[in-house]
Design a protein around this ligand. Structure first.
Ligand SMILES: Cc1cc2nc3c(=O)[nH]c(=O)nc-3n(C[C@H](O)[C@H](O)[C@H](O)COP(=O)(O)OP(=O)(O)OC[C@H]3O[C@@H](n4cnc5c(N)ncnc54)[C@H](O)[C@@H]3O)c2cc1C
Ligand code: FES
Ligand code: FES
Length: 1348
């Protein structure tokens, strides 16, 4: 009998029941929340489960355990149909500023853990879900909870600081402090606090960025209840759900028979458990699966049970349930029985984030057959048994061995069969299992290579009775090593056997030099290194009972990778004097003005703006070729899709206006003849909604004819003489460099290459264009850092006067320079469509589109020649700087010029010649990115210094000290340094970091450890503040005072998380002498303050702050007579009186930076208004077998003058440092030789995660310093600290040297390209393993990727 079908989807959202019979199975939960329920607090950051911005809590009632289960889930991957009978809690459901904040929301805001706020709801929901499961979690649980969340702004430290107050450890510490009668300074380390340790600190209770005592206590009994209907009745769990959509039908059977019947009926049906694989395939590979079956209610498939021989895991059992079950077994059973379980559990710690593990299944992982699956090597090396079943042929058992996979993601499982269960066996005392994974980032990353080793010895001996090895990342499937297996059987476990294993593993695991994934030497070396790691671990196990096996103490360091660490931090800043008026908010650690709204999901970003009537959506058709002629564009099929309205393209624009660009109009709105990069906009489909528009856009057929050359790399550009401007573009010259080279005692030549960087603002670029009914007026809501430029480009392209275009920006979910010039490209295209159709048009890029279309930080190649004396004092330098601009100018000239101006970092170059070259390539056009070329220029300076240190065999620290600028020195572009505090920062950093003591400790550690090496580095930075384009150094503000005394503040700056609005409110509070609560900022708009400069170059608060101050002073001056007449009166009294006296209560302020303007021809004039200085010291540890690393400590000292807001400024320092660390160490953009960007999302592009923050992270703001050249003696902070992130790379370099010495190689004979990825670190740590693999000769193979 056919089962009774139910077709109405029922679930609960924030306690309210949702019943929907019109659901499309293609919708994700995120789509439903944001578009159907308009709950926009949950954000879309990537759509592939990699950022956590979409985290919600899903709760269900477990009828077997009789308890409610709460899980963190990525709403972007969860199909809405999978929510049937479940309860969802979103950020809106836990608290709001209008009612009451939940402590989880309050604490992240108060601890300054929310900057742009786009990641905040997801982080709040991860923490909230943890608390619902474990009201007093451990630090470890908290660490695990955040594995799937990313933040691009904060550097994570403040989030951890705020949230650790929920933990068990925190409570224990508080209790023990109370018992001992101790006062705490708020630091969890108590008297181990770094401030007390290094003697710099005070326990003044005021000297904290936030007071934990002000946190609302957490009371878990106050949480909303689970929907009673779901608890009382299990009716929804018993329903056979069938939901039919336009192209997909969703089945949720409730019995195995139903499932097998369906599978027979639809052999091509996709089984979906967590949808974490299939969801990504559908979204990014555009796969269509018309029949989806969700087997999550079938007891045989979800249960995990113990059997005589081991554990049976139902194929649909989630990874988290599997982990919990196995952990329990490990606890209960003798150690020797659970060795496979242990490897599975340990591996799961490095498997995705908690959100993915909560829904993804073990069976799905196997059936996906990914060549880099983390579970497959373990299961295959142990040859577990799989139970398969089909309706007609019943059950069969197969071994998961080398024969299971028959091709790429193909298995021996028949179409009508399903995987029912996995049997993981117990081990015995003679069997050992180890498994390892090496990824770019330790947490939540896919493997580069993983390995599992399973050895059984003859009873109580070291003679190998069997050995099975499996590896991922070495082929199109997980592979075993049959030759090694057969050759090693019967041999003893010793170094001779190890060498034999190395030989046979090389044969078992070949790799084509051009194989997808690249990293030929690294991957091959890893296979041996990981085997060696297992060799050591098993030797240690055997040592216990086999007398002749002895493991050298120094070798123990090769056994383990890095694990979680304890976090310590301190923040040191000037506390406002007690005499400062309470109402005066300036220089206090005031919480970000939007933090509470960000923590509750109420803060509105571009795509959260409510739908406008008749609104349409734009999806782009972009170039898939790097250099080609467009032969034809066929939109027939796309336009036939239901819901599609139009195809917008070059035909909709006056051909003379189809050109845009920040400096030079060398880009097109729509490309119609030749494309010069992938990602260029050819046209756009306008449809009723995003899904329709995107589907139709994929149906637009573009025919191309390939053109040559395709220039991708800087050397390519040099070879083809492909430049954007004359060669060189610009030169800075001081003195006669040739003469110096002739006379100097020493001259060295070298070069350094630095890769680019993706902005990865959590909010991708978006725009909503709303044409009005009258006079061509239009409102444009754009996620731009530069509203004036967006308006100007719109005006130019569409022929509309700027006074009719209002570009409005409330806030950005991060910008980092990426939204300075790039916002215009999508805004103009959307506006062209909106004008054409006279309807509002919205567009928000998907993450992959954003990463392919909008460019990033420029890769740089610097070639240098440096002259120096015997001491290492630099006498002169010639630096040729090449930057990879991509296909157009964009802001590249400015980026290059800043790199040239920073090519000395903080070192005096008495004679210099710096040449800059703008390389034109067929890559996306690169653009501004925090630091704007400065970090690339400074990197060249540090590389030069490092080369000198190698040549003279001197500590680079000594050389830095010798060459650092002194007060009164002038730069190579002839700017005299006044109030130069670099030496002060340096001295303080060396002392507070205990550099010289640490150096001894590091040396000692390196002597004691064979396979782990530590390294140290101290790096200064000096960053010039001002736009180098003179006219941009101006700003305006508008102050409106209302008769109730409230003040509305407008200025030209954009809030993108950096706290600009907060600082402006603080400036106004000080200037007007009124409490901050009376002042409000709404948004930045071109119809309130015109002709704004972009919010960039770190100058937002300097320029706008001065303008705000000016406007306030005008108001204050006007109110002065009323204050004098009524000195005891209040602000409101004076305002009211002035109004009745007909005194204007609005004023504009204007500021332009005085005494700047560098003449590039003559070398005269000041390039910068002033400089921000800082120094960082870092200690790292590297794993010389894998290239993995861990940052132990970072100490930063910065001069920020009199900080306007120490909490915001310290947040900027920490965030910039972590972004710089990403740039120099973790984040690698990977391009194919033909210009395809392989790194299009968080899955392939790795930003630093929670687990990457330094173990100890101390930040001090230099005290007793002031800056007469900026608002209220402050200094700009946004970009300057970023370069300090390079200190991690240089510390790694230091550690590599120690590794090379250990292995008998020249410590200095290696190149370390930035970013110093695990692959580059490992290969630089040359040893007997890497020696077995030679980098293939260029020209003998087609490389998979190239260094651009
Ligand atoms: C952000 C992110 C991080 C990730 N990190 C990792 C990682 O670190 N390591 C790793 O190995 N993987 C990782 N993955 C991949 C993925 O999460 C895992 O493979 C997971 O186990 C898939 O489970 P699922 O239930 O969500 O799969 P689904 O998408 O639901 O299904 C996957 C496949 O399995 C098939 N299938 C499921 N059950 C059966 C069955 N019973 N019989 C036959 N076929 C079946 C489906 O038809 C489908 O083809 C990651 C994925 C994402 C999105
Ligand atoms: S949007 Fe879902 S994880 Fe990024
Ligand atoms: S605050 Fe985390 S991404 Fe901006």
């Amino acid at each position: 009998m056919a089962p009774q079908e139910d077709n109405v989807l029922v679930f609960f959202v924030n306690g309210k029941k949702v019943e929907d019979d019109q659901v499309d199975p293609e919708w994700t939960l995120l789509f439903y929340l944001r578009n159907k329920l308009r709950l926009c607090g949950t954000k879309l950051g990537c759509g592939e489960g990699g950022c956590g911005a979409c985290t919600v809590m899903v709760s269900k009632y477990d009828r077997i355990k009789n308890k409610i289960i709460h899980l963190p889930v990525n709403a972007c991957l969860a199909p809405v149909c999978s929510m049937h009978g479940l309860a969802i809690t979103t950020i809106e459901g836990i608290g709001s500023t209008k009612t009451k904040l939940h402590p989880v929301q309050e604490r992240i805001a108060k601890s300054h853990g929310s900057q742009c706020g786009f990641c905040t709801p997801g982080i709040v929901m991860s923490m909230y879900t943890l608390l619902r499961t474990s009201p007093k979690p451990t630090m470890k649980e908290m660490e695990v909870a955040f594995q799937g969340n990313l933040c691009r702004c904060t550097g994570y430290r403040p989030i951890i600081e705020g949230y650790k107050t929920f933990t068990e450890e925190w409570e224990l510490l508080q209790n023990s402090n109370k018992l001992n009668g101790e006062q705490t300074n708020g630091c969890a380390m108590g008297d181990q606090c770094c401030k007390l340790q290094n003697g710099t600190g005070t326990t003044d209770p005021e000297e904290v960025l936030f007071k934990r005592s002000e946190f609302t206590p957490y009371d878990s009994s106050q949480e909303p209840i689970f929907p009673p209907e779901l608890k009382i009745s299990g009716q929804y769990d018993k329903q056979y759900l069938v939901i039919k959509g336009k192209t997909v039908t969703w089945y949720r059977p409730t019995s195995l028979e139903q499932l097998l019947e369906l599978k027979k009926l639809f052999p091509g049906a996709k089984l979906v458990v967590g949808n974490t694989e299939v969801g990504v395939e559908v979204k990014f590979k555009h796969m269509v699966y018309p029949v989806i079956i969700q087997p999550v209610l079938i007891p045989e498939m979800v249960d995990i049970t113990n059997t005589e021989k081991g554990v049976r895991v139902g194929a649909s059992a989630t990874l988290i349930d599997t982990e919990n079950h196995l952990k329990n077994e490990i606890k209960q059973l003798p150690e020797e029985k659970t060795r496979i379980f242990k490897t599975v559990v340990e591996m799961l710690n490095w498997f995705a984030g908690k959100q993915i593990r909560s829904v993804g299944a073990l069976g799905s992982n196997i059936m996906t057959g990914s060549p880099i699956s983390d579970m497959l090597p373990i299961l295959m090396a142990n040859e577990v048994t799989l139970e398969l079943q089909s309706r007609d042929n019943g059950k069969r058992e197969v071994l998961l061995d080398g024969n299971f996979f028959t091709g790429y993601r193909k298995t021996i499982v028949k179409p009508e069969e399903i995987l029912l269960a996995i049997y993981i066996p117990y081990t015995n005392s003679d069997r050992y299992c180890y498994a390892y994974k090496q990824a770019r980032r330790r947490e939540d990353d896919i493997a580069i290579v993983n390995a599992a080793i399973n050895v059984t010895f003859e009873p109580k001996t070291d003679i190998i009775s069997d050995i099975n090895l499996a590896f991922g990342g070495m082929s199109y499937k997980t592979v075993t090593a049959p030759k090694t297996r057969s050759k090693l059987k019967g041999l003893p476990w010793n170094r001779t056997t190890l060498e034999l294993a190395f030989t046979h593993l090389q044969e078992d695991l070949p790799l084509d030099p051009g194989a997808p994934g690249g990293m030929y030497v690294y991957r091959r070396s890893l296979t041996l290194s990981l085997f060696f790691r297992a060799f050591l671990a098993i030797s240690q196990d055997l040592e216990k009972y086999i007398p002749h096996i002895k493991i050298d103490k120094r070798d123990l360091s090769g056994i383990n990778g890095f694990h979680s660490k304890e976090y310590k931090s301190s923040q040191y800043f000037t506390v406002v004097p007690k005499t400062q008026e309470k109402t005066d908010a300036l220089q206090r650690p005031v919480v970000h003005a939007s933090a509470y709204k960000q923590a509750t999901g109420e803060a509105t970003y571009c795509d959260d703006i409510p739908f406008f009537e008749n609104e349409l959506y734009l999806a782009f058709v972009t170039s898939t070729k790097s250099h080609a002629k467009i032969l034809s564009v066929d939109t027939t099929e796309a336009l036939a899709v239901e819901g599609v309205h139009y195809y917008v393209s070059a035909k909709d624009i006056d051909p003379s206006c189809n050109n845009i660009g920040s400096i030079v109009h060398d880009e097109k709105v729509f490309y119609d003849d030749v494309v010069t990069s992938q990602g260029q906009i050819i046209g756009g489909i306008i449809a009723v909604d995003q899904m329709t528009a995107q589907k139709a856009a994929r149906k637009v057929k573009v025919e191309y004819e390939d053109l040559q050359p395709v220039v991708v790399t800087i050397p390519d550009a040099i070879k083809h003489n492909s430049y954007l401007s004359s060669v060189p573009h610009k030169v800075i010259a001081r003195g006669d460099i040739d003469k110096v080279f002739q006379t100097a005692p020493h001259v060295l030549e070298g070069e350094c290459h630095m890769g680019g960087q993706e902005h990865f603002y959590l909010e991708t670029q978006g725009v909503v264009v709303v044409p009005k009914k009258e006079d061509q007026e239009m409102d444009v809501y754009s996620s731009t850092q530069n509203p004036t430029e967006v308006a100007a480009m719109l005006g130019h392209v569409l022929g509309i006067q700027l006074n009719k275009i209002a570009v409005k920006v409330k806030r950005l979910g991060g910008g980092f320079g990426g939204k300075e010039s790039k916002a215009m490209m999508i805004a103009v295209a959307a506006a062209a469509a909106a004008v054409k159709l006279n309807r509002p048009v919205r567009c928000m890029l998907d993450r992959d589109e954003d990463m392919v279309m909008t460019g990033g930080r420029h890769p740089f190649l610097s070639k240098y020649k440096v002259a120096f004396d015997d001491q290492g004092k630099i006498l002169g330098a010639l630096v040729k700087i090449y930057c990879n601009c991509g296909y157009s100018f964009d802001l590249s000239p400015g980026v290059l010029e800043r790199a040239m101006a920073h090519a000395e970092n903080s070192y005096n170059l008495p004679v210099a010649r710096i040449e800059g070259y703008l390389c034109k390539t067929n890559l996306p056009s690169n653009t501004a990115f925090r630091g704007f070329g400065g970090p690339q220029g400074m990197y060249a300076a540090e590389c030069m210094l490092q080369d000198i240190s190698v040549f003279l065999n001197k500590d680079p620290v000594k050389l830095s000290e010798l060459n650092l600028y002194k007060e009164g020195d002038s730069t190579h572009y002839n700017q005299k340094l006044i109030n130069c505090t670099i030496n002060k920062c340096w001295k303080e950093c060396i002392e507070s970091s205990r550099y010289y003591e640490k150096r001894k400790e590091v040396d000692k550690f390196n002597k004691q450890n064979r396979y782990k090496k530590r390294g140290l580095s101290v790096i200064p930075t000096k960053y010039g503040i001002s736009f180098t384009v003179l006219h941009l150094n101006q700003a305006g503000a508008l102050i409106l005072v209302y008769t109730d005394g409230s003040v509305l503040l407008h200025h030209g700056g954009i809030e993108m998380g950096q706290g600009l609005y907060t600082k402006m409110l603080q400036v106004a509070s000080r200037s007007l002498e009124i409490p901050i609560e009376k002042i409000h900022t709404v948004e930045t708009a071109t119809n309130t303050v015109p002709n704004t400069s972009p919010t960039a170059a770190s100058s937002g608060s300097d320029l706008n702050g001065m303008a705000v101050m000016q406007a306030c002073n005008i108001i204050k001056e006007r109110l002065k007579p009323y204050k004098e007449a009524n000195p005891k009166g209040k602000w409101e009294d004076w305002v009211k009186k002035a109004y009745f006296d007909r005194v204007s209560l609005s004023a504009t302020g204007y500021y332009r930076t005085p005494d700047i303007g560098y003449n590039w021809e003559t070398g005269d004039g000041n390039m910068f208004n002033y400089f921000t200085y800082g120094v960082a010291c870092c200690e790292v540890e590297i794993d010389t077998l894998t290239g993995d690393h861990e940052v132990h400590s970072v100490e930063i000292v910065m001069d920020l003058g009199e900080s306007l807001n120490p909490a915001i400024d310290i947040g900027q320092i920490e965030g910039a440092f972590m972004q710089g660390y990403g740039l120099y160490v973790l984040e690698e953009l990977v391009y194919s030789p033909s210009g395809t960007n392989y790194t299009r999302g968080p899955g392939t592009y790795k930003l630093p995660g929670f687990g990457d923050i330094p173990g100890e992270f101390n930040v001090s703001l230099l005290k007793g310093v002031s800056n007469p050249r900026a608002v209220y003696s402050s200094k700009a902070v946004g970009e300057p600290p970023l370069f300090l992130g390079s200190t991690v790379l240089f510390a790694i370099k230091d550690a590599i040297k120690a590794a090379r010495v250990e292995n008998g190689f020249d410590p200095n004979d290696f190149q370390l390209v930035s970013p110093a990825t695990s692959a580059r670190i490992r290969v630089a740590c040359q040893d007997n393993i890497t020696a077995k693999f030679k980098e293939p000769e260029p020209g003998t193979y087609s490389p998979w990727n190239v260094l651009v």
